[in-house]
Design a protein around this ligand. Structure first.
Ligand SMILES: *[C@@H]1O[C@H](CO)[C@@H](O)[C@H](O)[C@H]1NC(C)=O
Ligand SMILES: *[C@@H]1O[C@H](CO)[C@@H](O)[C@H](O)[C@H]1NC(C)=O
Ligand SMILES: *[C@@H]1O[C@H](CO)[C@@H](O)[C@H](O)[C@H]1NC(C)=O
Ligand SMILES: *[C@@H]1O[C@H](CO)[C@@H](O)[C@H](O)[C@H]1NC(C)=O
Ligand SMILES: *[C@@H]1O[C@H](CO)[C@@H](O)[C@H](O)[C@H]1NC(C)=O
Length: 441
């Protein structure tokens, strides 16, 4: 028995290695893709949403699934724009793109076609929101308008709908503001299209006047100098570790999902749980339990993913990376308190801002998440994440910019550095030990 087991284990680890290598490519794809998208008729999208909503009512068993709950609840609820005693002078809205297909193209191809075919939606946008399109944006969209096939990391019909709902909700909260919002987006088809979808309900007039400004920078730093240590630190926190699970359990999941990387499996489960029709590997009542996932398996996975995510966000190297990445942005925001802007980005963008304000989620950052900065007369501000105020910690309070300081935080994270310049030097990295590899524990 012991021998069988160790043979199995060695196969397991070989698979792990191969998958890790494969994954590195997937991650590269995440940051390099500027792939376009396709769309379907609006009626089809409606019909998809009919199905989805019914499916939700007749329940997903993956109970604490946040990304779907987010779709149907958090997108239309929140505290934004509800502070009675303050006059708003500026609003900055950071968005994560909406629901997308898997990063891996084989997996992505299994997405139901009706979620990927958004051709006519995009075509309509190209006409109705013409002024928002630069030539870069237009060429990013062309792939979507030309095919109905699912490709990797494309925005889906569900992703479009998420941002339409969010846009219309936030418009209801900021209805008294006439100033025009400036709009920025990273150069990915999914972030472009998320911005367009959001704007279509948030304020149609924006896309009759100004183009969406593209940026290659996930952290919207503008002209800020590069920070080498921030890039190097990425290697020091990326791995998410399988915890609290037996080897049999890992094997079952890695076999079913053909991947050993916890985060890839979690991503896939979240993607699927939002579009119930393709929720794979769930046990039907009659099935053998070795070959499919039981309710209990899902529960274990969810609780594991929760603790793993919390550890990930709490990791000091993650916090260091986040601090260095968003510091220039935060600095700029404090000098733009009379301005209205929308930024369409990624979970990395959202996560780094949350980390800067000491908010550490125990869940994956859901699709179509938002962080909103509200600035008030008298130069005070507050920060909200998905409708919940996260800074300052007391609800409905605000903080004077002049009284805000991140010095303590900086000292804690970079005890041997005197300035941002020091903290950004490559030398700095030597002080911080790399975490153990994900299979050690
Ligand atoms: C969905 O969100 C609502 C409101 O935040 C919460 O009360 C509910 O428990 C959530 N459901 C799940 C399954 O997470
Ligand atoms: C915060 O302000 C909103 C809007 O005025 C109000 O409904 C809510 O009760 C307040 N919350 C607290 C904790 O004061
Ligand atoms: C609104 O009132 C609260 C509680 O009195 C206070 O903490 C906050 O700073 C006020 N906000 C503004 C914008 O004046
Ligand atoms: C799942 O969790 C339960 C208790 O929460 C535990 O007894 C069980 O061993 C776990 N299963 C696996 C496969 O890890
Ligand atoms: C997993 O194990 C850690 C300790 O290694 C413990 O703190 C945590 O509560 C456990 N999580 C679950 C979901 O059992």
């Amino acid at each position: 028995m012991g021998e069988v087991r160790s043979a199995r284990e060695s196969i397991f680890y070989t698979v792990v290695l191969a998958a890790t290598i494969a994954l590195l490519y997937t991650f590269q794809a995440e940051f390099q893709d500027s792939l376009p998208i396709r769309f379907s008729s609006y009626d089809e999208i409606e019909s998809v949403f009919g199905v989805l909503e019914n499916a939700e009512e007749s329940k997903y068993d993956f109970e604490s699934e946040r990304s779907c709950n987010h779709t149907f609840y958090e997108l239309t609820h929140g505290e934004e724009g509800r502070l009675d005693n303050g006059t708003l002078t500026g609003v900055h809205i950071f968005l994560r793109h909406g629901h997308r297909t898997a990063m891996d193209s084989k997996r992505a191809k299994k997405t139901p076609r009706n979620l990927c075919d958004i051709r006519s939606t995009v075509k309509k946008m190209m006409i109705n929101q013409k002024a928002c399109f630069t030539s870069l944006l237009e060429s990013a969209m062309s792939v979507y308008t030309q095919s109905d096939k699912c490709i990797s990391s494309q925005l889906t019909a569900l992703g479009v709908e998420q941002h339409k709902r969010l846009g219309s909700f936030l418009r209801s909260r900021y209805s008294s503001f006439t100033p025009d919002f400036a709009v920025h987006s990273t150069t990915y088809s999914r972030t472009f299209l998320s911005a367009l979808s959001f704007l279509s309900t948030f304020d149609k007039s924006i896309c009759t006047k100004t183009a969406i400004q593209p940026t290659k920078d996930t952290y919207f730093r503008g002209e800020a100098k590069p920070c080498p240590s921030s890039n190097l630190l990425k290697k020091y926190f990326k791995e998410k570790t399988w915890t609290n699970t037996s080897i049999e359990y890992r094997q079952k999941l890695t076999k079913l999902y053909k991947d050993t990387w916890l985060d890839v499996i979690a991503d896939q489960l979240f993607i699927e749980s939002c579009s119930s029709s393709c929720f794979s590997h769930r046990c039907k009542t009659s099935a053998k339990h070795e070959k499919c996932l039981t309710d209990n398996d899902f529960k274990n996975f969810t609780s594991m993913v929760a603790s793993v995510n919390y550890e990930y966000f709490k990791n000091e190297n993650y916090q260091r990376h986040s601090y260095l990445s968003v510091k220039p942005l935060i600095k700029r925001l404090f000098s733009e308190t009379q301005s209205y802007q929308i930024y369409s980005g990624h979970d990395l963008t959202i996560g780094a801002i949350l980390s800067y304000f000491d908010f550490f989620p125990s869940f994956r950052i859901p699709f179509a998440s938002r962080v909103v900065f509200e600035f008030f007369e008298g130069d005070s501000f507050r920060v909200l994440f998905n409708g919940v105020q996260i800074f300052p910690k007391l609800l409905n309070q605000t903080v004077q910019i002049a009284e805000f300081s991140d010095e303590e935080k900086f000292k804690k994270l970079f005890p041997s550095s005197k300035s941002m310049k020091d903290a950004c030097s490559k030398q700095l990295i030597k002080n911080f030990r790399r975490r153990k590899r994900h299979l050690d524990s």
